[in-house]
Each structure stands twice: as structure tokens, then as C-alpha cells.
Design a protein around this ligand. Structure first.
Ligand code: TK8
Length: 336
């Protein structure tokens, strides 16, 4: 017994000396940072917690994932710049700011593009979405997976918007994206692009009348404290892209890239699910907080669709007429 013990101890000593076991765990742990604009209550943050769990467990503690919410590391465009520079590992922006790097991405910004989330999933997770993710390394970014921001809804402090005419002259914050600007101009509003983290104070100081984001965001950011009306307009569907700095990705062993990619996809499926589950509660929450919720009739909805039907044509050259044609075909196929 004593001899066996000594033999095992000696063997452990040899392995430790060779650096194969026993090195302090802390020295081997690599910290990966993820930054987002939304807060800790958002389905996006919960998706990232799932991602963190998966990566830390699968890597047996070799990776530690640190999450930074509330635009602590900057807004979407700024964090994308950090990824490109290799100073931040990950972020998960809406697709809209990606159009600033590559105009073809404008195709996802078109008003009333996807009829529902399930069709969006099929197109984004299919060859069309994959082709777009594969366009990102040219810009210093690895597109790991599409997650979901969701259908965007209008909020404002002035009027229950039921028709494009009601939008006339309203100062609406939009993302910094040409298609979004053109859409709101066409609808008669006065669009004002602004980073996400500045919305609340701009609303409370009344430098803008309204803004648009998915209902979960409108609720969790407490816009109801400074907005009286929300219209469930579903005017844009914003995908998220969960992305990694290419510069930092390239320093990872292939196995670790695979591990992270798998976790990004798995956590994405979870994030989409809870995002959809939370939407109804968010609308109820806003109503309870005193907001007037306007649900459009099919005819009222159609008036918005008709008013914006020329937007796609205006941007066909930017996004590529072939991309526009393909996404429409893919949507039609997926909707069957
Ligand atoms: C969060 C953003 C935000 C977006 C916006 O980082 O800017 O309005 O919808 O949710 O991606």
C-alpha cells in the first residue's frame, strides 16, 4: 500500500514537472469579454449568461466569460470598432449598424420584410444568412450566429399612432442606418439618428418625441416613464449578430473556436425562445404602467406597408439587386 502510494506520488511528480498537471488554474484561465447595449434583464443578457455557462463548463474552466451590459463598453458601432481593433472579444449588435461597414447588410433593414419570426429563423439560419455571416471576416469580424432583437414597435409622447398621417412631424430616434432614416421620412416623421444609450435622456428632455425598439426593450428600459403611447407597428425586424473579433479569434486553437461557435449557436436558440416568450409580458407591463397600446387592424397595418413599398427599390443598388431578389425568394419559400 505504502509502495503503491509512493509510486503514484512519484508519477504525479513527473507529470507536474513536465507541466502536464498541477499548474495553477488561474494562470491558464483566459478571460473573454462580451459587451452589449441592453440591460441585465434583457433576453439578450440571459442568452449571454447561457453562453457563459456553456463556454466555461465545456472548456473546463480554461475560459472565463465576463459580461458587460448597458453600453458600458460603448454602443453597438463603437463595440464593433473595438472588435475590429482586437481590443474586445465579443458583442451582439443589431444588424442595422453593420450596414455602415457593408451596404449589402441594408437588406435586413427593409420595412415589413419578414412576416414572422419563424420565417426570419429559416432565412437567417439558411444559406442566405450564412453567406452574410461569411462576408464579415473581410471587415475584421467573425459572425458566429444570428440571435434576435425582434420586431420593432413605435413609442412616443404625443399621439396614439394609427396611420402614417399621425406620424407627421414627430421627431423619432432611429438607429444610424440609411434605410431606417428613409423609411421614417417617407412615413412623414422627422427621424433623428442617435446611439441607443442616449435614448432615455433624449426622451425625458423632449429633444425627441419618440423612438422604436422591440417591446421587451421598450419595457425593460422603462421608456413608459417618459412615453405615453406605443403602436405595435412591427415595422422592422432586427436580427442580432453575435460576433467575435477576427484578430482575437485567429489566436485561438481550432478546437476552442469550435467550442465557442457551438455555444454561440446553442445560446442563440435559447435567447430567441425567451425573447419571444417575454414579448407579451412586456406589452402587458407597459399597459399596466399607463401607456396606451395601439394594436393595428389589418387595414391600418396595410397603410404602413403601402406607404413604404418604394423603400426597397431606393436601396436596391446599395444592397445588391440580386440579394434583394434572393431574400424575397427565400422568404416566400420559408413562408409556405
Ligand atoms: C442594443 C441595440 C439596440 C437597438 C437600438 O445594443 O439601437 O435601438 O435596437 O437594442 O442593438
Amino acid at each position: 500500500m505504502n509502495k503503491l502510494f509512493r509510486t503514484i506520488s512519484a508519477a504525479i511528480g513527473v507529470l507536474a514537472a513536465a507541466g502536464l498537471i498541477g499548474a495553477p488554474a488561474a494562470a491558464q484561465t483566459k478571460t473573454l469579454k462580451v459587451g452589449i447595449g441592453l440591460n441585465e434583464l434583457s433576453p439578450q443578457y440571459k442568452g449571454l449568461q447561457k453562453f457563459k455557462e456553456l463556454v466555461e463548463a465545456e472548456s473546463k474552466g480554461r475560459f472565463k466569460v465576463d459580461l458587460f451590459a448597458n453600453a458600458q463598453l460603448g454602443d453597438d458601432a463603437k463595440m464593433m470598432t473595438s472588435l475590429r481593433a482586437g481590443t474586445l472579444e465579443m458583442t451582439c449588435p443589431s444588424t442595422a449598424p453593420i450596414a455602415g461597414l457593408d451596404r449589402r447588410w441594408m437588406v435586413f433593414d427593409l420595412p415589413f420584410l419578414f412576416p414572422n419570426e419563424e420565417v426570419a429563423d429559416k432565412v437567417l439560419d439558411g444559406p442566405f444568412g450564412q453567406k452574410y455571416l461569411e462576408s464579415l471576416p473581410a471587415h475584421g469580424i467573425i459572425g458566429m450566429a444570428f440571435w434576435e432583437n425582434g420586431f420593432r414597435q413605435l413609442t412616443n409622447s404625443k399621439v396614439a399612432v394609427k396611420s402614417p398621417a399621425d406620424l407627421k412631424g414627430l421627431k423619432i430616434r432611429t438607429m444610424e442606418n440609411p434605410v431606417h432614416l428613409a423609411t421614417f421620412k417617407t412615413l412623414g416623421a422627422n427621424p433623428t439618428p442617435m446611439p441607443f444609450s442616449e435614448i432615455f435622456s433624449a426622451l425625458s428632455e423632449k429633444t425627441i418625441d419618440g423612438q422604436e425598439n422591440p417591446s421587451t426593450t421598450n419595457f425593460l428600459q422603462k421608456y413608459y416613464e417618459v412615453q405615453k403611447f406605443t403602436t405595435l407597428s412591427n415595422h422592422f425586424y432586427s436580427p442580432f449578430v453575435f460576433m467575435y473579433s477576427k484578430r482575437l479569434w485567429d489566436t485561438l486553437p481550432k478546437e476552442d473556436q469550435a467550442l465557442i461557435l457551438k455555444a454561440a449557436k446553442e445560446a442563440g436558440a435559447y435567447q430567441r425562445k425567451i425573447n419571444r416568450e417575454t414579448m407579451g409580458e412586456a406589452v402587458a407591463g407597459m399597459e399596466k404602467a399607463g401607456m396606451t397600446v395601439t394594436r393595428l387592424t389589418p387595414e391600418q397595418h396595410q397603410a404602413f406597408v403601402d406607404a413604404t413599398k418604394d423603400i426597397a427599390g431606393q436601396f436596391a443598388n446599395d444592397m445588391g439587386a440580386d440579394n434583394l431578389k434572393t431574400i424575397r425568394e427565400e422568404i416566400a419559400k420559408a413562408a409556405k
